[in-house]
Design a protein around this ligand. Structure first.
Ligand code: HEM
Length: 145
């Protein structure tokens, strides 16, 4: 086994990870039912994202937070889903790679997952605020009618 050293290693990691994710009974449906997921598009995006995180190559330019907030609007992303995602991530890494990048890849994914969950909660709170502020403007109008 090797450490994760370059893009070719990241490619192996991502391909092995999705072999577990797609058929998974807890999170697989986000990829197979919730979005029209294309392996050919998503896998290279994911490889660039990880290459950027682990090696600072800046080959990824996207907004994963926004993507997952949107995904959460289609089907709520619960703590259980994040636990599963991270569990499969950890499993794939330890089956294929050694330290020190292995632990770095796990730690980075864990902190990104935490931020994602916060962003999802915050947008949920904004939604509740928006609905209640709409409620207070709609009610008087209904009384007038
Ligand atoms: C609850 C756990 C998660 C689920 C179910 C999930 C699911 C998905 C799905 C379905 C997509 C494709 C969206 C689309 O093409 O419209 C996606 C994109 C992506 N996910 Fe996740 N995800 C999860 C957690 C994470 C975590 C923890 C990370 C990072 C460590 C991550 C990184 C990404 C990236 C980089 C993309 C591509 C964004 C882009 O297109 O620019 N995901 N995810």
């Amino acid at each position: 086994m090797n450490d994760i050293q370059n893009r070719a290693d990241v490619e192996i990691l991502v391909n092995e990870f999705y072999k577990k994710v797609i058929p998974d009974t807890i999170i697989g449906n986000f990829f197979t039912k919730v979005v029209s997921f294309s392996r050919d598009i998503h896998i290279p995006v994911m490889i660039s994202f990880l290459e950027t995180i682990l090696f600072g190559t800046a080959s990824y330019s996207g907004n994963p937070m926004k993507k997952h907030v949107e995904l959460n609007n289609l089907l709520p992303l619960e703590p259980l889903h994040f636990e599963r995602w991270l569990g499969l991530w950890k499993e794939t890494i330890y089956e294929n790679f050694e330290e020190p990048k292995a632990t770095e890849a796990i730690n980075r994914a864990q902190s990104i997952a935490q931020i994602m969950q916060i962003k999802i909660k915050v947008q949920g709170l904004y939604f509740v605020k928006l609905i209640s502020s709409l409620g207070s403007t709609i009610e008087p109008l209904q009384i007038i009618h």
